[in-house]
Write a protein that binds this ligand. Sequence first.
Ligand SMILES: [Fe+2]
Length: 458
Amino acid sequence: MPPQIAAGAYRWTRSRAPHKQAAHQKPLLRYARTGRCQAGGWGVSAYSQEFRISVAGLTKGMYVTRLDRPWLGTSFPLEGLMIGSDEDIAKVQRLCHFVHVDVARGKSPDSRYVLLGASDLMEKARGHDAIAGLRKTTWETRSDFKAEMPEAKKAHQSLEAGIEEVMFDLQNGRKLDLQKLKDGVDAMVESISRNPAAFIWLKAIKRKNDYAYQHALGCSIWAASFGRHLGMNHDELSELALSGLLFDVGKMRLPSELLAKTTVFDEADHELMHSHVQHGIDILNDTPNVPYRVLEAAATHHERHDGSGYPNGMHGNDIPMFGRILGLIDIYDAMTSVHSYADSRSPHQTVMELYQSRDSMFQAELVEQFIQTCGIYPSGSLVELSDGRVGVVTAVHELKRLRPDVMILLDADKTPLREFYSIDLSHAKEGGDEPLLTIKRGLQEGAFGIDPTELFLD
Ligand SMILES: [Fe+2]
């Protein structure tokens, strides 16, 4: 279990130890942790300054913080390794090509062995390992879409009520009360772990005008669904879902005019907008019992794989996993949830655009896993079938993502139907007299005047 962080015990700051770093070098270290914590061994003040070095440059007295492979599976302690002997050096050299050393806790490396630049095969392998390492379980689908819908609706209402209360509190200068979100998050995680399709469908059709509210709810639903796909256990799903509700909580401290602004941002607007990350950290620091990774998600969800993000320009695998996941979900949900259809993209278009961002804004493996979660045609996508009928995707099957359930809205000549009906494309059979019924293409939001938010499924 990650350490629970005491209120006020956590601050995200830039690393201090600039004297260790030549002026021409890029800042190698991203943030430092300070302060006291309730449990888990974070009790010392630590400013770390890490360098990636070739193992050929290891000497006694260096402190190794990371290997180029998972610590599990080695005999080294998980929290890091002080190199105390030639035998330690030989052991690391047998297992690794590169390691990270912390010069705040041990000897500095000879500059000939320091490796600058984050992107290489080792980093990719480490990123892959980190994602694979999330898998603790494989969730079976334990209810069908229709059977899950009543439970999902109840959980959705509970979550809605909790978010509304918390937002009202923050807008009125009261403190964040995590307890008010707990029942809704628990009920949502239960429903999504049984079958995510019902909740994702509710997200697709239930849109409110309040963007902050809608975005928090949407990101939380995607977070739980993505975590389920990655094989996280129940407690991790709850933390990730809570992160989805709270990662942007700092925006509650921004002027409403800025949030409502539809014209192009100038530099001052951007600066103010970026400050929501620190506001979020402050709010969460001031809240008892916030899990460590929820705070990490708030602090790092605008960092980007290629280093182009803020506030610290972190790179690749240095970005904590919850920050990487919420960064990706934040963009996906924002792109599919813009206030008017004129501005928004369909879920299908968004998936295609995310795919283009592999290894630039986002880690490729993470993008691919996320697309596996939501499907090429996510729930809520308008699609045209191979026979010309038009419908909306209602549920994506885990093993047949290109053959979802589709609710047919227009017949083949695009005439609106008086009564809608559903087709399960996963049951379409190949080899018969009829051509195989498939999805021909994804359609723009609002195509043929269809608004999925007007559809209800009882
Ligand atoms: Fe944000």
